[in-house]
Design a binder for this molecule. Structure first.
Ligand code: NAP
Length: 359
């Protein structure tokens, strides 16, 4: 397999890896393809769910004896440890794979060393970096490095960069298909974070609707001065859906009664110095992914402080006009253009792009 073929198969493995989003985390999303000598695809696999077989094992199972003498192209260095599943380095060796090409080295000290083990057993293991493999592994690398969840901001904007309509105008900016996609993304994350401006104006329910829920995301409101009215949908449904209100300790101690009332509604009130401290605490609790659905008041400072890793931007074809300072999208088109646009497509009349922030 030459370099160009290896790159092509790696891009394919990365595409497959994304299918694990919502199942694999907090493990990495990983994709693996087994390619026969001569370049025929034998089998493919991805890491579907945490605790389930790794991508290599899935692909090897499907390949059966056809794996003998083949090349395994995998987005992340095969693991070397006896976790919930056996080491992939052993599985690849036992299957008789001749060569392993991996796109990212494993930074996890307990899992790393897979390539070295393979080489010691006479299997040609080569690190061939590829941008698509790096993108799909980035959430995992970020968690290992920082202990914080992978944070995805999402917003729907008009053609002229507005995220809010004037009072009395229809609230939806993006189309039905975009909104369905947002519900699918919600169903894959561990937490949904919003700000007080959004709670006051939109009163969102922040639940997964119209799609199979892979996870039930925790709803989190960052409320720097508390003041969450009890008639908000999030408060009214807090007994059915896990809900948290986070605020600095000073705000909580200044409004003890309000905090107690929120608790009585079934809400956890968490003290966190700022948005970064909140994310660190969510990370400690095993939250791997957070989708931020808020306005610029919350998203902009988070971006400025390097707390946002990715952004889904839905751009509708129509213009809305200025509905005040809070109606401006969290980032301008010029700012977005400096980011890595990892994916772009269409949902109905809307353009959808996924941007990745520098690590
Ligand atoms: N199109 C979309 O995808 C989308 C998604 C979400 C929201 N939105 C729109 O974004 C707008 C809200 O954006 P935003 O930047 O204002 O809010 P936000 O990002 O949801 O929340 C942060 C803002 O909330 C304000 N805030 C804090 N405590 C508050 C309290 N007790 N009561 C009221 N506000 C409080 C803060 O402003 P101060 O500290 O200055 O008070 C802060 O800037 C809404 O019009 C909403 O419709 C659009």
């Amino acid at each position: 397999m030459n370099r160009a073929d290896a790159a092509r198969w790696m891009a394919h493995a990365a595409r497959i890896a994304w299918r694990g989003h919502g199942g694999a985390e907090p493990n990495p999303m990983v994709g693996c393809v087994i390619v026969a000598q001569g370049g025929r695809l034998v089998a493919e696999g991805h890491h579907r769910r945490c605790g389930g077989p790794h991508a290599e094992v899935e692909a090897l199972r499907r390949a059966g004896s056809a794996a003998r003498g083949a090349t395994a192209v995998v987005t992340l260095e095969p693991c070397n440890h006896h976790g919930r599943t056996g080491p992939c380095s052993v599985a690849l060796r036992e299957a008789g794979v001749a060569r392993v090409i991996y796109g990212c080295a494993d930074p996890n000290p307990t899992a790393a060393g897979g390539a070295e083990t393979l080489r010691r057993h006479g299997i040609d293991a080569e690190h061939v970096p590829h941008p698509d493999a790096a993108r799909v592994t980035a959430p995992f690398l970020h968690r290992v490095r920082t202990g914080r969840p992978w944070v995805i901001a999402k917003w729907a904007e008009s053609a002229d960069g507005r995220i809010a309509t004037r009072p009395g105008e229809p609230r939806w900016i993006s189309g039905e298909r975009s909104r369905a996609m947002v519900h699918r993304e919600r169903s894959r994350v561990d937490a949904l974070l919003t700000g007080m401006g959004t709670v006051m104006v939109d009163d969102p329910l922040l639940t997964v609707r119209g799609t199979r829920a892979r996870r039930t995301p925790l709803r989190v409101v960052w409320a720097p001065r508390l003041g969450v009215p009890h008639d908000r949908a999030i408060v009214r449904t807090a007994r059915e859906v896990p809900t948290m209100v986070a605020a600095p300790v000073e705000a909580i101690s200044a409004r003890v009664r309000e905090a107690d009332e929120l608790r009585a509604h079934g809400i956890e009130v968490l003290a966190a110095a700022d948005e970064g401290a909140l994310l660190a605490e969510l990370g400690r609790r095993g939250v791997a992914t957070v989708l931020v659905e808020a306005g610029g008041g919350l998203v902009r400072p988070m971006v400025a402080r390097g707390l946002v890793n990715a952004a889904w931007v839905f751009t509708a074809p129509h213009e809305l006009g200025d509905a005040g300072p809070r109606s401006a999208a969290p980032m301008t088109a010029a700012e977005l253009s400096r980011l890595d646009r990892a994916w772009t497509g269409r949902r109905g009349d809307d353009r959808v792009s996924l941007y990745l922030f520098p690590a």
